[in-house]
Design a protein around this ligand. Structure first.
Ligand code: GRF
Length: 195
C-alpha cells in the first residue's frame, strides 16, 4: 500500500509512521506533503529518503478549493492508497474528502467525540477530566468526526498544564498511529485501544 502523509509542522507523528513502514509492513511512504514550505517535517522526511512536496496555502487566501486543487497535483502523482493526516492543520473541503473517503486517516489529540477542534488539552483541564488522550479516525466531511480506528488514554495529573498534558498525549500518539496504520493497511478496521 502506498501512503501519503500530510503535515503542517514538525511532523513527529509522520516520522513515527515512516519509521514503522519497514520489513513485512504492508505499506510504504511515497510522499510527505505540507501546506507550509517551511514545515520542519519536510526536511526530516527528506532526510529519511521520502519524497516531499509543499504547497503554500497562503497565496490562495480564503479559496480552500483552489489550494486543495494545487495540493492534489503532487498527491495524485504519488498514486496513494492511503492518506494520513498527521499534524495537518488545514480544514479540508467535502470535495477533497470525498476523493479519499474510506482511505484517509487523521490523528486528533483528544478522546473523540469529546473536544473536536482546537485547544483540546486546555479544554480537558478546564473540565477537570481525569483522563485525556488521542484518537485516530477515518476522515469524513464533518471536522474531527468519522469512524474511530484507535484511541489511547493517558491520566491527567495534578499540576498538569496544557503543555505537560500535550507532551504525555503526543507520546501516545506516536504509539497509536503506527499501530492503527499497520492494521488498516492490512485491511483490518478493528479499532486499536491503548494501553
Ligand atoms: C500535535 O499537537 C499533535 O497532538 C497533533 O498535531 C500536532 C503536531 O503534531 N496531532 P506533529 O508533531 O506535527 O505530528
Amino acid at each position: 500500500k502506498r501512503v501519503v502523509i500530510l503535515i503542517s509542522g514538525g511532523g513527529s507523528n509522520m516520522i513515527r509512521l515512516v519509521e514503522s513502514m519497514t520489513g513485512d509492513h504492508p505499506a510504504r511512504p511515497v510522499l510527505v506533503a505540507s501546506n507550509d514550505p517551511a514545515a520542519a517535517g519536510l526536511a526530516r522526511a527528506a532526510a529519511m529518503g521520502v519524497p516531499v512536496a509543499a504547497v503554500d496555502h497562503r497565496p490562495f487566501g480564503k479559496d480552500r478549493a483552489a489550494f486543495e486543487t494545487a495540493l492534489l497535483g503532487p498527491i495524485l502523482a504519488a498514486a496513494p492508497d492511503i492518506i494520513c493526516l498527521a499534524g495537518f492543520m488545514r480544514v479540508l473541503t467535502p470535495g477533497f474528502v470525498a476523493r479519499f473517503e474510506g482511505r484517509m486517516l487523521n490523528i486528533h489529540p483528544s478522546l473523540l467525540p469529546k473536544y473536536q477542534g482546537l485547544h483540546t488539552h486546555q479544554r480537558a483541564l478546564d473540565a477537570g477530566d481525569a483522563e485525556a488522550g488521542c484518537t485516530v479516525h477515518e476522515v469524513t466531511a464533518a471536522l474531527d468526526d468519522g469512524p474511530i480506528l484507535g484511541q489511547a488514554r493517558v491520566p491527567v495529573m495534578a499540576g498538569d498544564t496544557a503543555d505537560t498534558l500535550a507532551a504525555r498525549v503526543l507520546a501516545m500518539e506516536h504509539r497509536l498511529y503506527p499501530a492503527v496504520l499497520r492494521r488498516y493497511a492490512a485491511g483490518d478496521r478493528t479499532p486499536v485501544f491503548l494501553p
